[in-house]
Write a protein that binds this ligand. Sequence first.
Ligand code: ADP
Length: 160
Amino acid sequence: MPIALYPGTFDPVTNGHIDIAERASGIFRKVIAVVADNPHKSCLFSTDERVEMLSSSLERFKNIEVIKYSGLVANCLDEHKASVIIRGLRALSDFDYEFQMAFTNRELNEKAETVFLMPNSKYTYLSSTMVRQLAKFDGDISAFVPRNVGDHLKEKLLAL
Ligand code: ADP
């Protein structure tokens, strides 16, 4: 059974991300969640904060490891002897972009197989962007993110 990478920005991790990670952990021997460490992308949380929140959210899954990575996922695969890229598919709107990425990654690394997993339908409309917006306007995000992430969000927005 191959090792799978689960790459993303996770700014911040949501229950939708966790749902996908849990499904992947039940299928693959080992899953490595890869937090994008990209200085050109402006994120609310630093890379280390995103890694920390993701790690504590996925702690209970013993075959999931969390790392940060600043290069291409296609190269990260080889470095970790992995061949599968896990991505979550919420709706048709995700498809175009994901389709492009999957083919680009296979172009860059012929071993790369992208596997799409669908979350529980209650997370279909959930995104990190939506959570950040809701939090900014003091909306109730308790159904969308783990408690520690909600606390971090409040702290972060107060400090801005
Ligand atoms: P990226 O910038 O790489 O898209 P994200 O953190 O936004 O990073 O998403 C990482 C992965 O998690 C993507 O495959 C995305 O489709 C998936 N994802 C995000 N939110 C959800 C959700 N609510 N349900 C299922 N998958 C999700």
